[in-house]
Design a binder for this molecule. Structure first.
Ligand code: PHE
Length: 347
């Protein structure tokens, strides 16, 4: 029996040493240590031994079991470690391979022009302010001297929210004049860029949503000369020192006197024709309308609690898309809103 045990031990340890997989190890465990295994079979013969022999043989059998179990555990750990090593080697990541390039976007061309314009105004001491796109009719119209019944309040031009027409999508940034004068005391020098909405069909020069930049300056002794100076500075900074502009009389309910400013067409240089053909950029006008402006109406000033006998001011409102189209040589307004990357990546 002693010999049998020694023989089992030797075979078991050799077989374990040769086993390379968890499945092979498990099969050996069953073969040697299992309920129907070889060791159990030997132990079953213990009954045949004399009572004196039994303890020593029992001890030996336990020692053999212990040795086989210890070797089995050691082999299991080794096989597991080897499998992990193999997997790590197979799945190794080469961190030195160059990454896939990520394509970076950039600012929209219209926002680039907006930033240029705001920078120029900030350089002249203006503050940039922001206001709501959902506006009260009071601010969009009434406080700007546009009384109920005025054609510009018509339902066919304006997106109203309420049946009493008291809340709307602002049709211009001019309500920011009122919001500013109600909360600030002169000297006031602000620009207010933002979206405005009108019920327009979209075409090459119209969109139901577009952007304006409002400007407002209020102080003692402000004149139309200051208005012209500010706008000329802007245009020359933006379009070059040789940019030519003109001021035409116009009417706005909230400025008096009022004007519009045109810029000489950059394509035909004011001639209205190119090579005997009507200029396609200005449609033969020779000029491109860029903004409305004027001296803040005394009634608007006093409506906001500013004494028109002491203070005067000018205001202007320009279409940002037009400024951007001119600056970036874009010929169709819709390109600005389509956001086609083939277009955007050109800027
Ligand atoms: N808000 C006017 C428009 O949208 C432009 C304007 C602004 C005119 C400020 C005068 C003063 O046409």
């Amino acid at each position: 029996m002693k010999q049998q045990l020694a023989e089992i031990k030797q075979r078991a340890l050799e077989a374990l040493a040769a086993a390379e997989t968890p499945a092979a190890l498990e099969a050996l465990r069953v073969q040697f240590l299992g309920k129907k295994g070889e060791l159990t079979a030997v132990l079953k013969q213990m009954g045949k031994l004399s009572p004196e022999e039994r303890p020593a043989m029992g001890q030996l059998a336990n020692a053999v079991r212990g040795d086989i179990e210890a070797t089995l555990e050691a082999r299991k750990a080794a096989v597991h470690a080897a499998a992990l090593e193999a997997r790590l080697a197979a799945e190794a990541i080469d961190v030195t391979i160059p990454g896939k390039p990520v394509s970076l976007g950039h600012q929209h061309p219209m926002n680039q022009v907006l930033q240029e314009i705001l920078d120029i105004f900030v350089g002249m001491g203006y503050t940039v302010v922001d206001g709501p796109e959902v506006e009260l009719a009071d601010y969009n119209f009434t406080k700007l001297n546009i009384q109920p019944g005025h054609p510009s309040r018509d339902r066919s031009d304006t997106f109203y929210f309420t049946s009493d027409d008291s809340v709307l999508l602002r049709t211009q940034t001019s309500p920011m004049q009122i919001r500013t004068m109600e909360t600030m005391q002169p000297p006031i020098r602000i620009v207010a860029p933002g979206r405005v909405y009108r019920k327009d069909e979209a075409d090459a020069t119209h969109s139901p949503m577009f952007h304006q930049i409002e400007g407002l300056v209020v102080d003692e002794g402000i004149t139309m000369g200051d208005l012209k100076g500010a706008l000329e500075t802007l245009m020359k900074e933006l379009y070059g020192q040789d940019a030519v502009m003109r001021f035409r009389p116009h009417h706005f309910p909230f400025t008096e006197p009022s004007c519009e400013m045109d810029m000489q067409c950059h394509k035909c240089r004011g001639a209205g024709q190119v090579d005997g053909q009507v200029c396609s950029t200005c449609h033969g006008e020779g000029w491109i309308e860029l903004l409305g402006a004027g001296m803040v109406h005394p009634d608007v000033l006093s409506g906001c609690g500013i004494d028109p006998n002491r203070y005067s001011g000018f205001a202007f409102g320009m279409g940002l898309e037009r400024m951007a189209m001119r600056r970036m040589q874009i010929n169709d307004l819709r390109l600005i809103f389509d956001n086609d990357v083939r277009f955007l990546s050109q800027f």
